[in-house]
Write a protein that binds this ligand. Structure first.
Ligand code: UN1
Length: 493
């Protein structure tokens, strides 16, 4: 793919002529495309286009805007397999997960389209019978969406669809690792006939410029805490800019003593190793009641050793590569750190070498047992790879304490047959996404998605993004012939 930026309805080259490559992490010989490294000038052009398009776009009815999304959805459905193959080749997750990523993105389009003929606001009573008040939503303007590589299709659509249906215009700045998938999104948006400037895509490492641009009103970000914290700081310096950031997790599956072990082991495998552990929602901690520890451990390790690693386009492969060289180094560092911090290694995973792995970034699962320790970095920091700790606990109180003993709070799963214990976890653990007898991954788009503590800004995205990309305004109408005031205010001079 000879990629371009997509600005004002036109595919254009970058202004500098510098380009970067996107390669297949399962076979680094395969260059999937080259893309412009965007500069200030490109970002300015995209923001001007989005700003100009906003004036007309916000004046359409919400239903009309939804119809563009409907056209987009129909095209995406027809292209489902083509896009899924690209997602898998570009970010390395198994093809079943590549397809799920595309399905999830399409679900967001469908969800948003489904809301356009639904109530959208509220009628609110007034103290004065002749007065009617309304909560009405207004768009904010130009939205920047800065997205990660691990869900290169779904996450951009999570952010774009609610934004545009509410009347905002968007500039997508995707991860450099998955520039091709973002380019595809632009191609489909173009075919769907969105007016020029409503959806724009700028490629390369230009997120900073976009965040700082005075005409960008909302910054939506999904990625690491380091980058998200930087964005929050920049945005705080502006009078009328806001951001919503999703910033990873140190998630856990809590396995209580009454757990159904089949569910527990499968939920743990899925949580730890789907997407090679590279979801914000992946679990890198399994908090296990000591009564069932040895049984759980035996079965978990047995299953872990059977995980098929390889070419993610092969339907039978469970785990593809990690995303890039830097990811292999980071995971290897955390594997070493676990050893240094006293882990009992149960499955000595790491970089896979030789055929058929030598052209990609393949890693096998690293599993260890370790007592919780507030000083341990490995039990507190996000790893983002196939690396998981089993942490023994003696009861539910300790399990809750251990779960909360990180700076993050995104996803939490409990495996139990006891609804009272599930309720304790529900009420006392700090998370944005909670699950009972399920893995920590796999949220659906019509739920709020977001975390607390270091994981988020408390402004969940996915369905609840509407609250970030709209102002809630109060509109009050008097039907009396005279002014009547609330709060006992008089109108006498
Ligand atoms: C992410 O990893 O940033 O809940 C998103 C899930 C997916 C989304 C993950 N629906 O695992």
């Amino acid at each position: 793919m000879e990629g371009k930026n997509y600005i004002n309805g036109i595919f254009v080259n970058g202004s500098s002529g510098d380009r970067f490559e996107s390669r297949n992490p399962a076979n680094t010989d395969e260059v999937l495309g080259t893309f412009p490294s965007s500069t200030d000038k490109d970002v300015n052009n995209a923001v001007s286009a989005a700003k100009a398009a906003y004036q007309g776009w916000k004046c359409l009815s919400r239903i009309k805007r939804g119809e563009y999304l409907d056209a987009f959805t129909q095209l995406l459905k027809a292209g489902h397999e083509e896009i899924s193959q690209l997602v898998t080749r570009e970010c390395g997750k198994g093809i079943v997960e590549g397809r799920a990523d595309v399905t999830e993105g399409i679900h967001m389009c469908q969800y948003v389209f489904g809301t356009v003929r639904m109530p959208h606001g509220d009628v609110i009573d007034s103290e004065i019978p002749e007065k009617d008040a309304f909560l009405r939503r207004k768009p904010k303007g130009v939205v920047a969406a800065i997205t990660p590589w691990n869900f290169p299709f779904a996450i951009p659509l999570w952010l774009i669809c609610p934004s545009v249906v509410e009347g905002n215009t968007v500039i997508l700045k995707p991860s450099r690792e998955t520039a091709c998938t973002a380019h595809k999104i632009a191609e489909y948006a173009h075919k769907a006939g969105f007016p020029p400037g409503v959806i724009n895509v700028v490629q390369g490492g230009c997120g900073d410029l976009l965040v700082k641009h005075p005409d960008v009103h909302v910054v939506l970000f999904v990625g690491s805490n380091d980058v998200g914290s930087g964005i929050k700081q920049i945005v705080a310096g502006f009078r009328d800019k806001m951001c919503a950031c999703e910033m990873g997790g140190k998630n856990a599956v809590i396995v209580l003593d009454d757990a159904n072990l089949d569910i527990a082991v499968n939920a743990a495998i899925i949580s730890a190793f789907k997407t090679s552990g590279q979801r914000c929602t992946s679990a890198s901690r399994l908090i296990v009641h000591e009564k069932i520890l040895s049984n759980f451990e035996k079965r978990f390790i047995e299953l872990t050793k059977r995980i098929k690693i390889g070419n993610p386009l092969d339907e039978t492969v469970f785990m593809g590569p990690v995303i890039n060289q830097a990811a292999t180094e980071k995971v290897a560092r955390y594997n070493d750190l676990a050893r240094e911090e006293g882990a009992e290694v149960l499955c000595n995973g790491g970089m896979l070498v030789g055929e058929p792995f030598k052209k990609g970034y393949f890693m096998s699962p690293f599993v260890y047992r370790m007592e919780n320790n507030p000083k341990s970095r490995v039990l507190r920091e996000e790893v983002f790879g196939p690396h998981v700790a089993i942490i023994p606990v003696k009861d539910i109180d300790e399990a809750i304490g251990v779960y909360n003993d990180t700076d993050y709070g995104l996803s939490c799963a409990v495996i139990t047959e006891d609804y009272r214990k599930a309720k304790r976890i529900r009420d006392d653990c700090e998370y944005g996404l909670g699950y009972v007898n399920l893995p920590t991954i796999g949220a659906e788009v019509h739920l709020p998605f977001g975390g607390v503590k270091k994981s988020g800004t408390g402004l969940p995205s996915a369905s609840t993004l509407i609250d970030v990309v709209t102002h809630r305004t109060a509109w009050t109408v008097n039907h009396a012939k005279k002014i009547k005031m609330a709060q006992g205010l008089t109108v006498k001079l």
